[in-house]
Every structure is written in structure tokens, then in C-alpha cells.
Design a protein around this ligand. Structure first.
Ligand SMILES: [Zn+2]
Length: 393
């Protein structure tokens, strides 16, 4: 499409400028189309106003990771999986529980959903989500003969599950006035392509009305590594990511930003960098629920993305740090205490409305695209005709 510069007369230069503007218009409609998402806003809050004595117990979380790994592989339908669910129910005495079982591929999976609903609860629900299953294989292991053997999943599975359990112990004392759900998904990490079966099955069985009460669906996954590096993850809800940025800054987890006490932050969260990740947030996000995934895809110090010990037999307990579990625990604790995930009432739109708005936006973008394409085509036609005439003269 480039016009060789030696052939451009001054008249054609002007026309070229028009052509470039038309092309830019074209591209901007593509950007518009890719940024369509929920029209929501969270209430304004200052996390540092709530900064103080955190209750999250990172030592207990680390002990839970040990305990889970000792159970053996937490494969769907296994005794270890059952024992873990029973333990969660026994530990979280102030919560009510719901289990849902689905048949997928060649196994039964069981999602476990814990609910804490204060007596003065608003209709808004915050979901904290982690997969409690561990991977059934180690396809990235150096030793080919061990690739069909299930992994420990100390970081990939047990770490985030442990944080959710410890959150469950402190949430009832937080005096919240909205409902919190702890969603332990099953079968996130099973099969060749890690099928996120549990969260998909959950989303498929929810009505738009039920989903419209969810103000935030926050997935945590692989959050226990000693060397934590989180980035923005897409797909995901931008407004929800902004709340994570504020909380991370308050806790000193963003390089170049001071924490609530005036200390310089360290490089743990970098939401200016983005990676695409398919995880338990996707099915909810696609149904119009504000959803994100907090995941460190660099497993081990200096590891490449999707590299290091991820999906190998080196995903063992020695890779998990109580300090890292504590960082995520405090982030969730501060987020709940500061009401960071409560929607403004006028933006509490239903999933159905979101869908309609998105469709309208896509239609608008499509119309704009057609118009700018026509302009581009018209401009090039003029260039062609004028150029032909100039040559004839
Ligand atoms: Zn995994």
C-alpha cells in the first residue's frame, strides 16, 4: 500500500495525508471494537485510610500448602480432592457451603462455593476464586518418562487455595456489609489443554439475573512463588485492574510508588505490561461479570513467561514462600476492608444490559469501519484519477 516517495507530487502529498488519516480512522475503529467491555465504576475509596494491622496469617497459609501437597494429587473425583473439600468446610465454620458436580470429559468435577452473607448485606457479591485441583500431568518436565504423572501443584493449585482458606477465617470479623463468596473451582488444570472445566460449568448454569449481583470476580492462581511478578492479564475488566493498582501501590508492591507509610515500592505488580491468559476468569468475563486473573506466569526466579517449574515435577513446596502468600492475602484483605470492589449503584448494570451495550458498540464500530473503508477507497480512487490526468498533461 506504500506509495514510492519519488512519484509523489505536492498535490498527491496532500492526498496521501488524507489517505493516512482515513487509514488511521480505520485502525481506531478496530481499537474501539477490541476495548468493548462492561460500563461499570467502583466507589471512590482511599486504601491507605484502611491500612493498618492486617489479620491475614501467612504462616498458616504456608502450612496449608504443605498439608494439601501431602494429600497427594488433588485430581477431580479423588480421595485427596474429597479430603481437601471436607477440610475447607470444617475450617470455615461461619460460612455456608454449596457443592455442584458436573460430568466433563471422563470425570466428575466438584465445585465448592462458600458464602458469607452478613445480616446487613447489600445485594452485591464479591467472588474470590482459586482452583483447588492439581494438574494431572507434567507435560513440560525434562524427564519424558515422568510427563504422565500428576504434579504436586504446590504453587499451581495449593498456594491460591491456601490464601482463600485463610481469607475465609478472617472475613467474618471484618464487619463487611456485602456478601463474599469463596469459589474453589475444580478441574481447572486437567487434560492436555487445562480445560478450566469447573468455572465454565459454573458460568453455564448461572442466569443473567444471578450474575448481575457480582461486583467483582477475582481469580488468584500461582501466587506463592518466592520471586513474584504480576502483570495485567487480558481478557479482564479494566476498572477492576485499576483497583488492584491502587491496592498494590498502597502495599508497596509497585516500583516507583510509595506505600501508605512512605516507603518506596518494589516491583511486584506491573500492570503496564499485559499478557493473555486463559484461566478461571474467562467464562465469567464472557458472561459480562467484572472479572480479572491475578497470576504470576513466571515460575521461579528470572523464569521466562510460561517457563521455569510450571507444569513440571519441580512445582514443589520449596518453591512457595509464606511472604508471597502474605502479599496476596493482604491485598485481598485491604481490598475488602476499603470497599474497593463495591460498584456505584448507578453502574450496577445487569449482565443482560452489558451484553446489549456491547452488541450496540460492536455494531457502531462495524458501521464506522465501513465508512472509513469507503473513505480510504475513495481517496485512493481520486489519487489514481488525478495522477493519471497529471501524467497526461
Ligand atoms: Zn496449571
Amino acid at each position: 500500500m506504500l506509495i514510492p516517495s519519488k512519484d509523489i507530487s505536492s498535490l498527491n502529498k496532500t492526498l496521501l495525508l488524507f489517505a493516512i488519516i482515513a487509514l488511521l480512522l480505520n485502525n481506531s475503529t478496530l481499537v474501539l471494537a477490541s476495548e468493548n467491555e462492561q460500563q461499570i465504576s467502583y466507589i471512590e475509596t482511599v486504601p491507605c485510610d484502611y491500612y493498618g494491622n492486617f489479620s491475614f496469617n501467612s504462616t498458616a497459609a504456608n502450612e496449608s500448602v504443605h498439608w494439601q501437597v501431602e494429600l497427594g494429587p488433588r485430581l477431580p473425583g479423588s480421595n485427596a480432592s474429597f479430603a481437601l473439600r471436607e477440610s475447607i468446610k470444617e475450617n470455615l465454620t461461619d460460612w455456608t457451603f454449596e457443592e455442584e458436580t458436573h460430568y466433563r470429559e471422563d470425570f466428575y468435577l466438584t465445585n465448592l462455593i462458600a458464602t458469607y452473607k452478613p445480616f446487613n448485606s447489600s445485594s452485591q457479591e464479591i467472588y474470590l476464586v482459586a482452583h483447588y485441583d492439581s494438574r494431572d500431568r507434567a507435560e513440560r518436565d525434562d524427564n519424558e518418562s515422568l510427563r504422565d504423572i500428576p504434579i504436586d501443584g504446590a504453587n499451581d493449585g495449593a498456594s491460591a487455595t491456601a490464601v482463600l482458606i485463610e481469607m475465609g477465617k478472617i472475613i467474618p470479623q471484618m464487619n463487611l456489609n456485602h456478601t463474599v463468596k469463596l469459589f474453589f473451582t475444580d478441574a481447572e488444570d486437567q487434560g492436555e489443554r487445562a480445560g478450566i472445566y469447573g468455572s465454565k460449568a459454573w458460568a453455564e448454569n448461572k442466569t443473567d439475573d444471578e450474575l448481575s449481583d457480582i461486583s467483582a470476580f477475582i481469580v488468584i492462581d500461582m501466587i506463592g512463588d518466592y520471586d513474584l511478578h504480576f502483570t495485567h492479564v487480558w481478557p479482564g475488566t479494566s476498572e477492576l485492574w485499576l483497583t488492584i493498582q491502587s491496592l498494590a501501590e498502597a502495599l508497596g508492591l509497585v516500583e516507583g510508588e510509595e506505600d501508605c507509610l512512605g516507603n518506596p515500592g518494589v516491583d511486584v505488580f506491573d500492570i503496564d505490561t499485559s499478557h493473555g491468559v486463559i484461566d478461571d476468569h474467562v467464562a465469567a468475563f464472557e458472561r459480562g461479570v467484572p472479572a480479572i486473573d491475578i497470576i504470576d506466569i513466571h515460575s521461579g526466579e528470572g523464569a521466562e513467561k510460561w517457563g521455569g517449574y510450571w507444569h513440571t515435577h519441580n512445582d514443589t513446596i520449596d518453591k512457595v514462600s509464606a511472604d508471597s502468600l502474605g502479599k496476596i492475602g493482604q491485598l485481598l484483605e485491604l481490598g475488602l476492608l476499603s470497599n474497593s470492589w463495591i460498584l456505584n449503584s448507578d453502574s450496577n448494570v445487569t449482565a443482560e444490559i452489558n451484553e446489549t451495550e456491547q452488541n450496540t458498540d460492536v455494531e457502531n464500530s462495524f458501521a464506522l469501519g465501513i465508512i472509513s473503508l469507503s473513505i480510504t477507497f475513495g481517496v485512493f480512487l481520486i489519487i489514481f484519477v488525478l495522477d493519471y490526468r497529471i501524467k497526461k498533461i
